[in-house]
Design a protein around this ligand. Structure first.
Ligand code: MLT
Length: 264
């Protein structure tokens, strides 16, 4: 069973962290979300306190989330995933669409890795296997933030680094192999019977919003926000706007009549 935290009451909202993170990455935004929702924040396989049972694909991680929700007696939830957590959210939606009230894609994409990205990941795996874990995590972290934010908010970078550095070799390698192997999930969006939210960072070096705008109109109902002061970590870089947007979206998913956004 995955390790998780559960906070608050109300409809279920699941927060899936990215790579290389664990549930603690959500600690600053959970109180405001938990004032309205039952917020479940698991550690994905091989992250935080969750064990890794051999090589896990994102579809296996989705099975573990379904098992966790079933264990908690939750039949339907909004699934919000940051980056790799978003890839996992779409794997979950593919396999368990009846359990999905909505999917929030935070600095994430439905597209698979291209060949260049796969090759880069293979090189990182080789680096990790040769003892380069800490060097890799320290080098990648600043690149995840908008330049202006990184220059002025070093304490937030250090907070993120302190979480990322906890992930061990086998967890990192597992995540990279799982991300290399992930399928194109645009069909999940095309067939979606639930609303989809897109939170994009103007300065995101991992998911370039210019290249990925087309996927934001594949589902029948989309909420799209571009965060002008964010890189890849919108929930850390612009947390108040993030909380407000995610609550608005979750309210819509829980009760579409309550909000009447123009997209509807
Ligand atoms: C993440 O933040 O989860 C990763 O950067 C995703 C990725 O490498 O594709």
């Amino acid at each position: 069973m995955l390790h998780y935290t559960i906070t608050g009451s109300g409809p279920a909202l699941v927060l899936l962290h990215g790579f290389p993170d664990n549930h603690a990455i959500w600690s600053d935004v959970i109180p405001a979300l938990a004032a309205h929702y039952t917020v479940i924040a698991p550690d994905l396989s091989g992250a935080g306190n969750s064990p890794l049972a051999g090589q896990m694909l994102l579809s296996d991680m989705a099975d573990e989330i379904a098992a966790l929700l079933q264990h908690l007696g939750i039949s339907k939830a909004v699934i919000a995933g940051h980056s790799m957590g978003g890839y996992t959210a779409l794997a979950f939606a593919r396999q368990y669409s009846h359990m999905v009230a909505g999917v929030s894609m935070i600095n994430s994409t439905s597209k698979p890795d291209d060949e260049e990205k796969k090759e880069t990941r293979r090189k990182v795996i080789a680096l990790i296997e040769n003892g380069g874990r800490e060097v890799f995590v320290r080098q990648m972290t600043p690149n995840l933030f908008a330049p202006q934010f990184a220059a002025t908010q070093p304490q937030v970078l250090n907070h993120k680094l302190s979480i990322a550095i906890q992930m061990q070799e086998e967890g990192i390698i597992n995540c990279y192999k799982a991300m290399i192997a992930r399928p194109d999930s645009t069909d999940v969006l095309q067939n979606a019977s639930f609303p989809v939210q897109w939170i994009r960072g103007l300065h995101d070096n991992i998911v370039d919003f210019r290249k990925s705008l087309s996927e934001c109109q594949l589902s029948p109902i989309n909420f799209v926000s571009l965060y002008r002061n964010s890189g890849h970590m919108s929930h850390l870089e612009e947390p108040e706007m993030f909380v407000s947007d995610l609550l608005y979206f979750s309210d819509f998913c829980s009760s579409p009549d309550k909000c009447k956004p123009f997209q509807y």
